[in-house]
Design a protein around this ligand. Structure first.
Ligand code: 13P
Length: 254
């Protein structure tokens, strides 16, 4: 089956509203012209509404970087799925920075995935192993547990995207090799196939993330199992991000 490639830019905790508006204005036109790849920008919460206004009528989509699992109530400072439902299409959930710095567990992440699906948003579920887990040969165990906790069939049917981001590759400039990322993503797809059906596994899009840039994107996009990228640092550089999306659209599977 052919899966539509997806490139998502995770801006993390960067840009004021004004900076975000300037950045989106620079990127919107060129990105809108690129066909054959789904494009998603994930700015901070406070910039989603202004970004949405700029992107009206464009095929560039928006995502949030996080969400809370309750619908409303006394949860000071949290943002709920219904608040995001009119603002964006995707929500990044379980990013390793939230797992490691904020202490999010697989169970919390599972609740968040369920909550966003309930309002019709699509989760981008992040999974990945640490350098230590990798060195100790625990990668498959860790990834298996992370997927298993969020493996309700409904999640896959909702259009959930998985992003494999080895933690040692994030923000380090040391990406995985295309070949290794392809093998690991193949393992993830196999895991989904055994849990559910080969058809569901074949349909789910699985991205690679971790030090993706305009120079190495082709190494990932040329791999059969890799359906796109979750880009951090390089997504804040308009020329680099546009180049990444363009190369993804020209990749052989587009
Ligand atoms: P970098 O591309 O900066 O390594 O970040 C990857 C990432 O964490 C995307 O979610």
């Amino acid at each position: 089956m052919s899966r539509m490639p997806l490139i998502a830019g995770n801006w993390k905790m960067n840009t004021t509203v004004k900076e975000a508006v300037d950045l989106i204005k620079k990127m919107a036109g060129p990105l809108n012209k690129i066909q054959g790849v789904e494009k998603v920008i994930c700015p901070p919460f406070v910039s989603l509404a202004p970004a949405q206004a700029i992107l009206k009528g464009s095929n560039v989509k928006l995502g949030a970087q996080n969400v809370f699992y309750e619908e409303k109530g006394a949860y000071t400072g949290e943002i709920s799925p219904p608040m995001l439902a009119d603002l964006c299409e995707y929500v990044i959930i379980g990013h390793s920075e939230r797992r490691q710095i904020i202490g999010e567990t697989n169970d919390v992440i599972n609740r968040k995935v369920r909550a966003v699906i309930n309002v019709g948003l699509k989760p981008i579920l992040c999974i990945g192993e640490t350098a230590k887990e990798n060195e100790e040969g625990k990668m498959q165990d860790v990834l298996g547990r992370q997927i298993f906790t969020c493996s309700d069939k409904l999640y896959f049917l909702s259009g959930m995207v998985i992003a494999y981001e080895p933690i040692w590759a994030i923000g380090t400039g040391k990406s995985a090799t295309g070949d290794d990322a392809n093998k690991t993503i193949g393992f993830i797809r196999g895991f989904v196939s055994r849990l559910h059906t080969p058809d569901l596994a074949d349909a789910v899009r699985i991205l690679y993330g971790g030090s993706v840039n305009a120079t190495n994107i082709n190494e990932f996009m040329s791999q059969p199992e890799i359906d796109g990228a979750l880009v951090g640092g390089a997504s804040l550089q308009p020329e680099d991000f546009i180049s990444i999306v363009k190369q993804a659209s020209e990749s052989k599977r587009s």
